[in-house]
Ligand binder design. Structure first.
Ligand SMILES: *Cc1c(COP(=O)(O)O)cnc(C)c1O
Ligand SMILES: [Zn+2]
Length: 416
């Protein structure tokens, strides 16, 4: 890889050759992939990008840690739409808001970006089997992307994982272990199994290439905004890989001169599980917290990528905001009603955070904000119905329809 220099430990600075099965530093620290930006500048220009047909995360190959000969993974991952959310912006009293709907990835979450990268690197390593533990989306995205590439998967998920995600896993032909315990317990068991059988490891914050896949969400946002940097980008945070990846992508673009400043990050967590935001707010180290939220994808009491995530939030002069489950459900409904975008609870937590910060007057009135919706609501319909309610249920009878409308106080618009 001519564009990559090495993997460097974020804790002790030790450097490693960027081999495909790179994991943590000897000291336990997480590695960051270091690029040769001078070289990349000679190979990539905005014009070259604009002329490119590839509508997937692989359009940014010059900025990705893969060999030139490594094939693009088969599923179309990335290049999700960035919508102008004018109606929602107006309701919130924001000057400009965009919604990046990453629930439109092939397995319906942002995790596809990391999993596609894991599959590419596993193929470089000559591996036939990949394993991971996950709150659900990393698992289903790995199972799907691996199935498309002809690789086998062993997946560990906590038993609370929503049915939609488990259905995906079973459909993609993974061997699935539903662990009766927390995400932490699940992670532990997967670690022991991976050590025993030597599978390619897609565990968050162990494999340093994953956040390089995730960073493509930041690259896309900027290209879709024609390189005009917004004031804030809001995103939900669990393990911290996503926000760290987003930040990495933005910094890459800054390093190669594609953007001339950096946005501030808004880190949104659930009130019932916010160890990283608590660390920022109290300016202290993080320590474990209960996993007490319906937003299962960010119910992470022991964040695996705390170092990179905290660094990203601090470096960006970021804002932290914690939202209750009620606020998450309200955001789910609001986003659906005003934008036609259906997010899972963790998917809309960033939007819930923006709404809360607006209500608290903590964002300037002229702010330009991007809200990343990280996962699709169809993964967890039970919570969507809980948030948005049941439909009118009646037999096929016009009188009963009139009665139901009257009872519900529904005001009926007639066509002109
Ligand atoms: C994984 C996930 C997140 C958070 O990503 P982390 O890397 O764990 O911080 C947010 N939303 C959804 C839908 C996810 O699946
Ligand atoms: Zn180290």
């Amino acid at each position: 890889m001519k564009n990559v220099k090495c993997g460097r430990c974020v804790k002790c600075g030790r450097e490693y050759e960027a081999v495909p099965n790179l994991t943590n530093c000897e000291c336990g620290g997480i590695l960051d992939i270091i690029y040769d930006y001078d070289y990349i500048k000679t190979t990539l220009t905005k014009e070259k990008l604009a002329a490119r047909d590839d509508r997937s995360m692989w359009r940014y190959r010059e900025l990705l840690p893969v060999e030139e000969t490594t094939p693009n993974t088969p599923l179309r991952v990335g290049w999700s739409p960035l919508y102008e959310a004018d109606r929602l912006a107006k309701e919130l009293g924001i000057a400009k808001l965009w919604v990046k709907d990453d629930g439109q990835n092939p397995t319906a979450s942002l995790k596809d970006r990391a999993s596609a990268m894991a599959v590419a690197k596993a193929q470089e390593a000559g591996a036939k089997v990949i394993a991971c533990s996950s709150t659900g989306n990393a698992a289903s995205s790995l199972a799907g992307n691996a199935a498309a590439a002809g690789l086998k998967t062993y997946i560990f998920v906590p038993s609370r994982a929503p049915k939609g995600k488990v259905a995906q896993l079973m459909t993609f032909g993974a061997t699935v272990v539903s662990v009766q315990g927390s995400y932490e317990d699940t992670f532990e068991l997967s670690k022991q199994a991976i050590d025993k059988w030597g599978w390619y490891n897609r565990n968050a914050a162990i494999n340093p290439y994953l956040s390089e896949g995730k960073k493509t969400v930041g690259l896309e946002i900027m290209e879709q905004l024609n390189w005009e940097v917004p004031d804030y980008i809001a995103i939900s945070v669990g393990d911290g890989c996503t926000i760290a990846g987003l930040w990495k992508g933005l910094k890459d673009l800054y390093a190669i001169g594609f953007i001339d400043k950096l946005p501030r990050l808004i880190s949104a967590q659930a009130e019932g599980c916010c160890p990283l935001n608590r660390a920022i707010a109290n300016n202290e180290d993080w320590y474990p917290m209960e996993e007490n939220t319906l937003a299962d994808s960010i119910a992470v009491g022991v964040p695996r990528n705390a170092d990179k995530a905290l660094m990203a939030i601090r470096e960006s002069n970021g804002i932290v905001v914690n939202v209750s489950d009620e606020e998450i459900m309200a955001a789910q409904k609001l986003l659906g009603r005003t934008c036609g975008v259906f997010g899972e609870p963790a998917g809309v937590t960033g939007t819930a955070g923006i709404k809360k910060l607006c209500e608290q007057g903590k964002l300037p009135k002229d702010a330009k904000i991007v809200s990343v919706v990280t996962g699709n609501g169809l993964k967890d319909v039970a919570n969507a119905i809980k948030a948005c309610g049941e439909p009118i249920s009646i037999p096929s009878d016009m009188d009963l329809l009139l009665k139901a409308f009257a009872e519900k106080g529904i005001c009926i618009e007639e066509a002109e």
